[in-house]
Design a protein around this ligand. Structure first.
Ligand code: ATP
Ligand code: ZN
Length: 281
């Protein structure tokens, strides 16, 4: 409310109507979910297939007594204790499997009209934003595909294997680069991501870097949903130099994803339609 009085946000209570999907409730996703819960978000959809391990205690959020519980279950319990007004839906699934992807898409959509099950009407997303907090390429590609299909804006986030850098990126289908428009270096160089993760060798992890990335993610989610400030296209974080590079990442006309190319055409048509130009005058 003070944010409203001070003229930062014109209608903070709108947050009670907002729904955010958090894919991956690990080091970044759990903290982002807690921040949204403390901000009074209306509804949170949580996705993860993993359980809490004692080895995860170098991160924030989970406690030793959560060990063995599904992350979605442990997160729901804690978040409900913090703010019982948030409606939390948990989805204990792997979004990259065929059935997981179907369940993921279904959960993001308004329920279909029972009389119109085979309808060709495009499905409508019921969420305001999807936050990707997963830690692998396959899962990010899956979130990208779902969001392109539903024409859903989402944010991607990541923390490097050495724990000292991270980033967030906004992806509006058709307007910005999708996750396949500009493949990450690992993919562009044809390296199999799985060979990077050596057996028995843990990726480094710092609660500081993960907390910062979660904060940048939620800060921009709030700006996007409540319409204040400028929403970042891309913010990087280099912990060794305290450097935060920003940039805009445009869509690639030759993206290999056909839905991305279609969304780009729709976006262009919308931008230059005579009606739009007339309205802007
Ligand atoms: P580590 O791999 O070091 O144990 P982690 O698996 O907890 O860490 P984080 O970066 O902290 O990794 O969080 C990423 C989260 O995303 C994890 O909880 C993981 O289970 C989840 N995740 C990754 N891929 C998928 C997927 N395909 N479907 C659902 N959740 C996923
Ligand atoms: Zn693309």
């Amino acid at each position: 409310m003070a944010l409203q009085r001070m003229g930062i946000v014109s209608n903070y209570t709108h947050i009670r109507q907002c729904c955010v999907a958090v894919v991956g409730v690990g080091g970044v996703g759990s903290v982002a979910s807690e921040m949204l819960t403390r901000c009074g978000i209306g509804r949170l959809l949580l996705y993860d297939y993993d359980t809490v391990e004692l080895a995860n205690m170098n991160r924030l959020f989970y406690k030793p007594e959560h060990a063995g519980l599904f992350k979605t279950e442990a997160a729901s319990r804690t978040l409900t204790e913090i703010n019982p007004d948030v409606a939390i839906e948990q989805f204990n699934l792997n979004v990259t499997t065929t059935s997981g992807f179907e369940a993921f898409l279904d959960s993001l959509c308004e329920p279909r009209d029972v009389n119109d099950a085979s309808s060709s009407i495009p499905r409508r997303s019921r969420v305001d934003l999807v936050l990707s907090c997963v830690d692998n390429y396959e899962a990010r590609i899956t979130v990208n595909q779902a969001c392109l299909e539903l024409n859903q804006t989402w944010f991607e986030s990541g923390v490097s294997e050495d724990a000292v850098s991270g980033h967030i990126q906004k992806l509006v289908p058709g307007e910005n680069a999708c996750f396949e428009c500009v493949p990450p270096l690992v993919v562009a160089s044809g390296i199999d991501e799985r060979t990077l993760k050596r057996e028995g060798v843990c990726a480094a992890s710092l609660p500081t870097t993960m907390g910062l990335v979660a904060a940048m993610l939620v800060q921009n989610a709030l700006k996007y949903m409540l319409g204040f400030g400028e929403v970042a296209s891309y913010v990087g974080y280099n912990a060794l130099k305290d450097f935060f590079p920003t940039m805009a990442v445009g869509a690639n006309l030759e993206c290999r994803n056909s839905i991305c190319r279609r969304r780009q055409q729709e976006y262009k048509a919308f931008m230059v339609s005579p009606e739009q130009v007339a309205k802007l005058k």
